[in-house]
Every structure is written in C-alpha cells, then in structure tokens.
Ligand binder design. Structure first.
Ligand SMILES: [Zn+2]
Length: 203
C-alpha cells in the first residue's frame, strides 16, 4: 500500500523523539505552562515518546506486522467467508490530533491465502497508528488485505466516535461515523454483501 500523504524525513526514531520533545516544550511554554514544575517537567519527553513509539509508530513501514499464512489446501478451497467482527480500533484524527475510536469489522473470501486471525488485528492496528482520517484508514486496511491475501473480495466497515467532535464546539457525543470499503464480490454481488451485513448483526 502506498502512502502518498507522508514523506520519509530521513530522521531516526531517536532523532524524532529529541526534536518533538524540544518543540512540545515550546508549545507548553507559549501556553504559559511552567516547565520547571516537577509535574510538567517530563511531559515533553513523554509526549514525544508516545507519538513516535506508540501512537504514530505505524508511520514507520518497518513496523508492518510479519504475516504467517495458513497453508492447508483443503481449508482454502472449502472455506466460506472469513469474518472478523468488531475488532477495536483507536487512532488519532489528523485534523486535531485527538483520538477517534470504535470498531472495525472485516471480511474476505479466501482464494489463495488464509491468514492467522491475530495478524488481521495487527494489520488493522498498524494503520490506526498514524494521524488518520477514518475514510483513509478504511481504504488502507482494505487495500492491505487485498494485497496480502491475494483476493479482490474484501470488505471493511469502521464505526467510530471522534473525540474532536465531542470536545469541541457543540459537544455532540452520540453520533457514530460509519465508513465502508467493498471490493470484488462484496461490491458486485448483492447476496455476498447482504451476508456481510447479516454477519454484522450477529451478537
Ligand atoms: Zn478531528
């Protein structure tokens, strides 16, 4: 999956932490916070580490999970739809750098490859760990699954709440944003899309 929305800075992870720490301290100073206060003194370092090593580690292509495939031939031929319901997602809105979170449900029709279920969760998590918009996150997960599972037949639906909507402005906290990506038979065959939505309703 290509990532046209970010460029390689050529900085190491350690260099990124040092620079972000410096600049976040400036933001805090400009806000009038006293960095000599022991409660605040290490905040720039904590934020920098959290950005680079946790929340945004998915910007580093090297952090893409290594994938193992289920190789049993009969399993591939006879298996119907693989459906992963309500995997939890948490990501950061790229417009406000505030979290959004919810669930991703993913389905595919195995053709050549079946993947370990935990790997699907890791792929989802990888693309969450970037500044994101929900629409792009949905597309990136679908495209990555198509590529690595070697099947066109992939569906992704994400349902999420955005804290930037809740914390700012009107404080609307009830709305859920839903985004979908349907490819192959999930897009073209109504009965396959129907069975995806029926699976989604299973409690
Ligand atoms: Zn936002």
């Amino acid at each position: 999956v290509t990532n046209p929305y970010f460029v390689d800075t050529l900085l190491s992870e350690e260099e990124k932490v040092v620079l972000i720490q410096h600049h976040f301290a400036q933001i805090m100073s400009i806000l009038g916070l006293d960095l000599s206060d022991p409660d605040l003194a290490r905040t720039p370092q904590r934020v920098a580490q959290m950005y680079v090593k946790e929340l945004f580690c998915g910007l580093n292509e090297a952090s893409f999970p290594s994938l193992s495939y289920v190789s049993d031939e009969s399993c591939r031929k006879e298996q119907g739809m693989v459906f992963i319901k309500d995997a939890s997602i948490k990501s950061m809105c790229e417009h406000h750098f505030i979290p959004f979170f919810g669930t991703a449900s993913v389905a595919y029709l195995p053709y050549k490859k079946v993947i370990g279920l935990s790997k699907i969760h890791r792929i989802i998590d990888h693309f969450c760990r970037r500044p994101q918009i929900q629409e792009r996150l949905t597309v990136q997960i679908a495209e990555s699954l198509m590529k690595h599972l070697e099947t066109e037949d992939v569906a992704v639906i994400i349902q999420a709440k955005h804290l930037c909507v809740f914390l700012r402005g009107v404080g609307e906290d009830q709305s859920t944003t839903v985004t979908t990506a349907f490819h192959g038979k999930f897009e073209k065959e109504p009965y396959i899309q129907d069975s995806f939505y029926r699976n989604l309703l299973i409690k």
